[in-house]
Design a protein around this ligand. Structure first.
Ligand SMILES: Cc1cc2nc3c(=O)[nH]c(=O)nc-3n(C[C@H](O)[C@H](O)[C@H](O)COP(=O)(O)O)c2cc1C
Length: 186
């Protein structure tokens, strides 16, 4: 039986729609039924990077409007689904730009005194793939998300890493089991 989720948003950050990372998302989506789904394809969107202009220190908004729909998702979603390959132990640049742009919520909290800057409490998962064997990259990515999640009222409930994609044939069986376990946790 699929887990029912009212409102969710996918942040997808691979340049390959049929790559290893997307396979993780396909498996995840087989186990959830989402009533209202937002999809942010970070490569397609290619949002402006944060320019630290200070606008959000004064206004409760960003100087750029290209993430206004993402702001609405963050205020409405019950679940955020981050889906990304590991690039140099981190997120690819288009996803990093999306994450850096969440600086406006730090400013809302620390300059605008909004506590919390986003009322809606929500959960998140991270699905990642990497070419080599090793968890260093995903640990860094989790740390980056956890820092931002403190301010956007979100908790990372778990991650699934598909490692060794450089030499991988089929998706190992344990990956689907790990994804099922992740779904059971929220
Ligand atoms: C620019 C770049 C940087 C990468 N950095 C890492 C890395 O730090 N560690 C690693 O294990 N794999 C690294 N990889 C390999 C990718 O994480 C891996 O091929 C991934 O499974 C690609 O997912 P995709 O099929 O969705 O594109 C890198 C690949 C690229 C293109």
């Amino acid at each position: 039986m699929k887990k029912e989720v009212n409102s969710a948003c996918i942040f997808f950050s691979s340049p390959h729609r049929e790559g290893h990372t997307h396979k993780l998302l396909d498996i995840f989506m087989e186990h959830v039924k989402v009533s209202e789904l937002g999809i942010v394809d970070c490569y397609e969107r290619n949002v402006n990077p944060c320019i630290d202009c200070g606008y959000c220190k004064v206004h409760r908004a960003c100087v750029f409007s290209d993430m206004d729909d993402i702001d609405r998702y963050l205020k409405k979603a019950d679940l955020l689904i981050f889906v990304s390959p590991v690039y140099n132990f981190s997120f690819p640049a288009p996803m990093k730009a999306v994450l850096d742009r969440m600086q406006r919520y730090f400013c809302a909290r620390f300059y605008g005194n909004l506590r919390p800057p986003i009322d809606k409490r929500k959960k998140a998962v991270l699905l990642a793939s990497c070419g080599s064997k090793g968890t260093f990259g995903i640990k860094i990515m989790e740390a980056q998300l956890n820092k931002i999640f403190t301010i956007i009222n979100c908790s990372l409930i778990g991650s699934v890493l598909l490692e060794g994609t450089d030499t991988l044939g089929e998706i190992p069986k344990n990956i689907e089991a790990n994804i099922k376990e992740l779904v059971n946790n929220f």
